[in-house]
Design a protein around this ligand. Structure first.
Ligand code: ADP
Ligand code: MG
Length: 697
C-alpha cells in the first residue's frame, strides 16, 4: 500500500471520543434532526457510512477565474458585476426567463436563468460576484446559463471555501444542505475506522475527509485514488474468498476415463484444435476433484466451444450422472440439442430438449427426475421449480453473460437440493474479457481459453458500405453468392417500419429483397414470432431451404449454419462493437471465405466500425471496445447493476493489479486457521455486497 498517498493533511485532532459507528443511522449525527434524517433516508442514505460515501458530484473552484475577454465555451468561473436584469414570462409552458449582463474590466457576457425569477432582485449592481456555470451556445448566441452565484467578499473572507464541493440534489436535499451536514461532521472524521489491512493508518478517514473538504484538485485526485483502490480490493478479495468457500463444498467426483473419451473424439468429423484438447483436459481434471468446478470457457465466436461442452457431458454421462445445459434462446437450445444428440446418441447417451415450446413437458420432467435422460438442454424453462434431476452433476451455461446472477444461482440451488452436493459448473462465453477485467470480475473462476480457431477458417472480410453504394457494390456480390447457392443473413434493427425513423425493418426489407432478387427464397425471423415459427424458419435456413434470412439480432447468439457466408448488417452504427462482432461470428463457420457488410448512412463511419473492418480478433476488439466506451454493459455481471463500481475504473489496470496483489496476500491468511474474516469486522460487512456477485455455488 505504499504507493498510496499517506494522510499528510490533518484531520482535526482527535476530540473527546465519539461513540458513533459507520453502521449507525444518520440520526446519530449531531445536528441532523429527524426531518433531515428522514430526507436522507429517502435518498437512500441510511447509515453514517452511506452518507460519508456520498461524495461531491463536482467542485466549484473560485480560485481560478477566467477573464471575460478570455472566456471559452464550457465550464467557467468568472468574477464581475451584474446589471440590466429583466424577467420575461414566455407563453409556452409558463416559463420565466431572467436575463442580464455580467461585466468585468475586460468584457461583458449575457447571463440567463430559467424559472428563477428571484434572481432579478438578488444582486447589488455595485458589488462583485463569482458566477460558476456553463458558457455555451444557446438560442443563437453565447451565454452563461443558470450559473451559481456568490458574493465575492463572502468567498474571499473564507479562503477555505474557494474550493467548494457540489453535491447532487437528493431526497429533497440540495447541495447546500449536504454541505451543512458535512460541516457539522467535519470535526469528527477521525472516528472513521480503518478498513484495509496494511494501509497507512487513517488512510480511509483521510481520503473521505479530503473528498468532502478538498482544497485543490490534487486532494480530490488522491481521495478518489484511495477510494477506487479500496473498492477494487474489496471486489477482488470477495472473489478470492468465494473461491476458498467453493473449495469447501462437496461435488460429485466424475472419474476421467481416457479410453472412453478417445472413442468419442475418434467419432468427431474433425480434429480437435490444441486449445480444445487443453480446455477439455482441464475440465476432466476439475470433474475428478471433490470440490465443484467453477470454470469459465472463453473462446471467440466459432472457436468450437460446443464440442468441449459435449466432451464434458459425455464424461458425466459415462458415469451415469446428469448434465444440464442452459442456453439463452430457444433457437440456440434447439440447435445444441440436435447437434449434441447426433454426436452422443451413438454412444447410448440420451439427450432431451426442454424449452417453453416443448410438448409433453410433464412426461419429460418425469423422465429427467427418474434419471432416464443424461443430458438436458434447455432455456429458462429448465429453471422452473418442477424440473428436478435424479443426479445432476454438471451444469453448463452457454453464453453465460446473457444470464443474470439470480438465474445462475437458481440452477445451482436446484442441484444441491437434488443430490445434496454442489454441481460442477462450466460457463461458456464468446465475449472475450480483457485480462485486466477478468481478474476483477471473475477472480474466483478458473479460466480456459480457446485461443485458436479450427484449421481452415478464413478471416471474415469486413467492409463498411455507405447506403448510396449498395446497388453498385453490394447487390452484384449478392447475385454472385446466390448463384453459388450460398446463404445470406440480412440483419435489420427494427421489426416493423416506423415512419418516425429511417431505420430499416425486417418486414419491409424482406419485401424489398424479394423484388430485387426474384429467384431467391427470402424469409424473415424476429423475436416476436411464436417459438414454433422461429424454429421452423431456423430449421429451414440450416437445411438450405432459405437463401436470404432477414432477421433481427435474434440470430446473434450461437446459431451455426456453415453454408451461410455473407452477412449484411443494416444501420450498423446502431450496435455496440461486441455485439457486431458476435453477429458477424454467424458467418465464416465453414471453410469458405466469408463476408460481412456494415451498412451505414453516416458520412464518416465510427471508430467502432473501423475497428471491426480492421480486425476479427475478439480479444483485440474487446480491448478496443473497452477503450472506446469503458466497461459499460459489455460484461455479464456488470449488466446486473450489483457490480457497478462507484470510484474505480475497470480500465485502470495498474490499480487493479495492485489491489489484486494485496488482496491475494491478504486472502492467504484465511487459508490458515484460526484467522477468519470475523477478525476484520469492517471489511467483512463491507464486502458482503460483492460476495453474492461472483458466487456460483
Ligand atoms: P462457438 O465457440 O462459437 O460456440 P461452435 O461450437 O458453434 O462455436 O463451433 C463452430 C463450428 O465449428 C461448428 O460447425 C463446429 O462443428 C465446428 N468445429 C468445432 N471444432 C472444430 C474443429 N476442431 N475443427 C473444425 N471444425 C470445428
Ligand atoms: Mg456457441
Amino acid at each position: 500500500m505504499k504507493t498510496l498517498p499517506s494522510g499528510a493533511r490533518a484531520i482535526p485532532e482527535q476530540r473527546p471520543k465519539i461513540s458513533m459507528t459507520l453502521s449507525d443511522s444518520v440520526e446519530h449525527i449531531k445536528g441532523v434532526g429527524p426531518k433531515t434524517a428522514a430526507s436522507l433516508e429517502k435518498a437512500g442514505l441510511k447509515t453514517v457510512k452511506d452518507l460519508l460515501y456520498f461524495l461531491p458530484r463536482t467542485y466549484e473552484n473560485f480560485t481560478e477565474t477566467t477573464q471575460l475577454s478570455e472566456i471559452q465555451p464550457g465550464k467557467v468561473v468568472i468574477k464581475g458585476k451584474i446589471s440590466d436584469l429583466t424577467t420575461k414570462r414566455t407563453s409556452r409552458r409558463n416559463l420565466t426567463i431572467t436575463e442580464g449582463v455580467i461585466r468585468d474590466t475586460t468584457d461583458a457576457i449575457r447571463v440567463v436563468w430559467f424559472n428563477q425569477p428571484y434572481r432579478a432582485n438578488q444582486f447589488d449592481p455595485t458589488k462583485d460576484y463569482y458566477f460558476s456555470g456553463t458558457y455555451d451556445f444557446n438560442r443563437g448566441r453565447y451565454q452563461l446559463t443558470s450559473p451559481k452565484a456568490q458574493l465575492a467578499s463572502d468567498v474571499e473572507k473564507k479562503p477555505a471555501s474557494n474550493f467548494r464541493p457540489i453535491y447532487s440534489s437528493k431526497g429533497g436535499l440540495k447541495s447546500e444542505n449536504f454541505q451543512k451536514i458535512f460541516e457539522t461532521l467535519r470535526p469528527e472524521f477521525s472516528f472513521i475506522p480503518d478498513l484495509l489491512p496494511d494501509a497507512t493508518p487513517g488512510a480511509r478517514a483521510d481520503a473521505l475527509f479530503k473528498a468532502h473538504f478538498a482544497e485543490s484538485e490534487a486532494d480530490v485526485a488522491s481521495a478518489r485514488n484511495y477510494l477506487a483502490y479500496e473498492e477494487l480490493f474489496e471486489l477482488i478479495l470477495a472473489a478470492k474468498l468465494n473461491k476458498l468457500e467453493n473449495q469447501k463444498l462437496q461435488a460429485t467426483q466424475v472419474p476421467f476415463s481416457p479410453e472412453k473419451i478417445r472413442a468419442l473424439v475418434r467419432k468427431l468429423p474433425f480434429r480437435l484444435t490444441n486449445a480444445q484438447r487443453k480446455a477439455a483436459f482441464e475440465i476432466f481434471k476439475d470433474l475428478e476433484k471433490p470440490a465443484p468446478m467453477n470454470r469459465l470457457l472463453q473462446g471467440d465466436v466459432g472457436a468450437g466451444k460446443t464440442v468441449v461442452a459435449a466432451l464434458a457431458a459425455f464424461a458425466v454421462a459415462s458415469d451415469k450422472k446428469q448434465t444440464a445445459l442452459l442456453a439463452p434462446t430457444a433457437i440456440l437450445a434447439t440447435q445444441h440439442a440436435e447437434s449434441l444428440n447426433r454426436l452422443l446418441a451413438p454412444f447410448g447417451i440420451k439427450t432431451a430438449l426442454l424449452t417453453g415450446a416443448t410438448k409433453h413437458k410433464p412426461e419429460l420432467k418425469q423422465r429427467i427426475k427418474n434419471g432416464e435422460v443424461d443430458l438436458v438442454i434447455g432455456t429458462h424453462a429448465l429453471l422452473t421449480d418442477d424440473t428436478e434431476f435424479k443426479h445432476l452433476a454438471l451444469c453448463i451455461i452457454d453464453e453465460q453473460h446473457r444470464f443474470g446472477v439470480n438465474q445462475r444461482q437458481k440452477l445451482l440451488t436446484k442441484t444441491v437440493e437434488s443430490s445434496g452436493k454442489a454441481p460442477h459448473l462450466l460457463m461458456m462465453t464468446a465475449t472475450p474479457i480483457p485480462r485486466s477485467l477478468q481478474l476483477a470480475v471473475f477472480g474466483d473462476l478458473d479460466v480456459s481459453i480457446l485461443n485458436e480457431l479450427p484449421a481452415g477458417r478464413q478471416p471474415i472480410k469486413t467492409t463498411i458500405l455507405s447506403e448510396v453504394n449498395l446497388s453498385d457494390l453490394l447487390y452484384p456480390k449478392i447475385r454472385e453468392f446466390l448463384a453459388e447457392h450460398q446463404q445470406i443473413y440480412w440483419i435489420c434493427k427494427a421489426i416493423d417500419d416506423n415512419p418516425a425513423t429511417e431505420t430499416k425493418s425486417v418486414k419491409k426489407q424482406t419485401e424489398k429483397l424479394k423484388t430485387l432478387f426474384r429467384t431467391a427464397r427470402v424469409e424473415f425471423l424476429h423475436g416476436r414470432m411464436k417459438p414454433e415459427e422461429k424454429d421452423s424458419i431456423m430449421t429451414a435456413f440450416s437445411e438450405g431451404k432459405i437463401d436470404i434470412l432477414v432477421s433481427t439480432t435474434v440470430v446473434e447468439v450461437g446459431v451455426n449454419v456453415p453454408n451461410a457466408n455473407l452477412m449484411v448488417i443494416e444501420d450498423a452504427e446502431g450496435y455496440g462493437l461486441a455485439q457486431l462482432h458476435q453477429l458477424r461470428g454467424r458467418v465464416g463457420r465453414g471453410s469458405h471465405v466469408a463476408f460481412c457488410y456494415l451498412v451505414t448512412s453516416a458520412e464518416e463511419p465510427s471508430r467502432r466500425l473501423k475497428e471491426l473492418e480492421r480486425s476479427t480478433d475478439g480479444f483485440y476488439l474487446a480491448e478496443a471496445d473497452l477503450k472506446l466506451r469503458g466497461p459499460g454493459e459489455i460484461y455479464g455481471a456488470l449488466q446486473h447493476g450489483a457490480m457497478s463500481l462507484r470510484f474505480a475504473s475497470l480500465t485502470d489496470s495498474r490499480l487493479i493489479s495492485l489491489a489484486s496483489r494485496e488482496a491475494k496476500k491478504f486472502a492467504t491468511l484465511f487459508a490458515k486457521a484460526p484467522t477468519t474474516l470475523d477478525d476484520f469486522p469492517e471489511l467483512k460487512s463491507s464486502i458482503k455486497k460483492y460476495q453474492q456477485l461472483t458466487t456460483l455455488n
